[in-house]
Design a protein around this ligand. Structure first.
Ligand code: HGA
Length: 609
């Protein structure tokens, strides 16, 4: 989602800020802007569209100055336009960038208008800069004015404030939207994600909820929600992947699809020994937390939700515990009942997904026995606020449409199944089968990637289609859902997924020659049932694309194209059948000419509700 970068330095910072924004581009945004203090004046440049447009504008008319803030905006309040782009200014004195949503902005806007402030945008953000400006009339410092301001804000914010009359500092504040301070030599930085600052520093401190910090060239002073001075641990970044490098690939998405064997191998490293998955894969004290777990509640959004849906089949079938899976935005706003000895598992690539984080906080109030997150981002809010964390180690995922994060989540959830199963009497033989399957996954994914050329050819058939139906049964139903989501996200073809037993309860009415039906058909105990569903589609003149096990005995004919998927065991089938569906959506998007890595209207890391 939208990005923040700020700097206080001796040298000119505009280029550092713009490079930081470039590194956050993958999150999706609609406009970008920068403000720098130069000789006691605030100079601002904002543009609708890509950071490249902003950069070109700055080439024509450079901004000079050592203190500045920059932003990529993904509009929540007010259309994407130059006047709504951040930074926002108050009276030419105060400049603000903000991620999140100020929920009481209407009330504050009315109050500020009453005080004589004129609004120049439709954003909720603009109330922050006017409030700071107003508070400065009764406070001596920018720090105390911002502290007084954030007390009046309801909602979520990660925000950075600068004052044209005081170029020595910036004030940053977080509540519900992440911010990280980057420490340099005689210069300091802030960003919404450490990736933005990797060219200038590798030392970072994550702000915690409610923190306000004063950042100067040489000092960083952090205050907690009650105004007490606090220390936040400074850590060296372990991020090894450089977000800026697509390598030989045309798109990040394709690169990330091809990185999957390595990412899965990486996530397994050091986590399996003597035929069992180690408790420590889930953090230091995981054994203690996991020993009495009898029920698992999974909470997630989007692709992560599909990973959770697949894991429900595994936890109930193989680990012998009950499991519910719910979308975070639903869970957080309804009254749910908690089973005794329940483990709450959140799944989020970024660890900052706003709805998932709110659901975790609610679950803690409800008294879940333990909380765990499956997450790709060390130091993120979900990791810090959960009892246990399974760190995915998938490497940076830049494509907005998730690929390798999904399959690594599946691998992590299969490990969780083995561990929860062991604490609930799973046999050693079963555990050994799961660990063998996990260890052979990277090679099997590599084989599945060999289908790429065949799928590229198949994708031609989808170029003129407007709808598609995905079918699967058992743990392939969530894989069908994920396949449909991928196609929607990057090719903009309307796609739906159904558990194939549901066909005759409605969706059969949609079947005709213009509605391709994609079927995932591993060789499992549901195969014969699935074959009957295929016949139901064939009888209605539907055109099918069947991804089938080599032994499943499907054959291509006039109404059906069969793509043979390498044979795999039941523990990895969901993960393996994901690969051809990822490739299919990628190739369809290429043909359609859409923006594969940054699809319209979407953002990575959804840090607003
Ligand atoms: N609400 C602000 C900021 C939006 C945001 O955080 N997007 O991720 C706006 O609409 O400008």
């Amino acid at each position: 989602m939208c990005g923040i970068v700020g700097a206080v330095a001796q040298r000119d910072v505009a280029e550092i800020l713009v490079e930081g924004l470039r590194r956050l581009e993958y999150r999706g945004y609609d406009s970008a802007g920068v403000a720098v203090i130069n000789d006691g004046e605030l100079r601002t440049t904002r543009r609708v569209g890509k950071v490249q447009e902003l950069s070109a504008a700055l080439d024509d008319s450079p901004l000079v100055g050592g203190t500045g803030i920059a932003h990529t905006r993904w509009a929540t309040h007010g259309e994407p336009s130059e006047r709504n782009a951040h930074p926002h200014l108050s009276s030419g004195d105060i400049a603000v960038v903000h991620n999140g949503i100020i929920e009481n902005h209407n009330k504050l806007r009315e109050m500020l208008k009453g005080l004589g402030y004129a609004f120049t945008s439709d954003t909720d953000t603009e109330v922050i800069c006017h409030l700071v400006h107003h508070e400065l009339k009764s406070h001596d410092t920018l720090l105390t004015a911002v502290q007084a301001t954030v007390k009046q804000l309801e909602g979520a914010y990660g925000t950075v404030v600068i004052d044209r009359t005081d170029s020595d500092r910036m004030i940053v504040a977080r509540s519900g939207s992440p911010l990280v301070i980057g420490f340099g030599l005689g210069e300091n930085f802030v960003a919404s994600d450490q990736l933005a600052l990797l060219p200038v520093t590798r030392s970072f401190a994550f702000l915690e909820e409610g923190d306000v910090a004063e950042v100067t060239r040489r000092t960083v002073s952090i205050f907690d929600i009650d105004g007490n001075a606090v220390e936040r641990e400074v850590k060296e970044s372990e991020v090894t992947h450089d977000a800026g490098d697509k390598g030989e690939y045309r798109h990040y998405m394709l690169k990330e699809i091809y990185e999957q064997p390595r990412a899965i191998a990486h996530t397994l490293e050091g986590r399996i020994a003597s035929g069992t998955v180690l408790d420590s894969a889930f953090g230091e004290n995981a054994a203690e937390f996991l020993k009495d777990i009898k029920h698992v509640q999974i909470i997630a959004c989007g692709t992560s939700y599909h990973a959770g849906m697949a894991a429900r089949y595994w936890l109930e079938d193989w680990a012998g515990v009950s499991c519910n899976v719910e979308i975070a935005s639903e869970f957080r706003y309804r009254k749910s009942h908690m089973f005794p000895n329940s483990l709450l598992v959140t799944i989020s690539q970024s660890g900052e997904t706003a709805d998932t984080l709110a659901a975790l906080r609610l679950a803690k109030e409800m008294g879940y026995k333990a909380t765990m997150t499956i997450c790709n981002s060390p130091g993120s809010s979900l990791v810090r606020e959960s009892d246990m964390a399974y760190m995915m180690k998938a490497g940076a995922e830049i494509g907005v449409a998730s690929t390798k994060a999904f399959t690594v989540q599946l691998a992590g959830l299969l490990m969780l199944t083995a561990v929860v199963g062991r604490h609930n009497g799973m046999s050693e033989e079963m555990q050994a089968k799961i660990t063998q399957s996990l260890q052979s996954m990277p090679a099997k994914v590599e084989q599945a990637l060999g289908l790429d050329d065949a799928i590229a050819e198949l994708a031609e058939d989808f170029a003129d289609k407007h709808h598609a139906l995905f079918l699967g049964r058992g743990d392939q139903y969530p894989i069908a859902m994920e396949g449909a989501l991928k196609l929607k996200e990057i090719s903009y073809i309307h796609a739906e997924a159904y558990a194939s037993g549901e066909l005759k309860h409605g969706p059969l009415a949609l079947i005709d020659a213009d509605m391709p039906v994609i079927v995932v058909a591993p060789n499992n105990e549901l195969l014969e049932k699935l074959k009957s569903n295929v016949e139901e589609v064939r009888a209605r003149g539907g055109l099918m694309y069947v991804f089938a096990d080599v032994d499943a005995e499907f054959e291509s004919d006039d109404t059906m194209k069969v793509i043979q998927v390498p044979h795999c065991d039941e523990f990895m089938a969901a993960l393996i059948y994901t690969i051809p569906l990822q490739l299919l959506s990628y190739h369809v998007a290429l043909i359609k000419g859409t923006d594969v890595d940054q699809p319209r209207n979407l953002a990575k890391s959804v840090t607003v509700e």
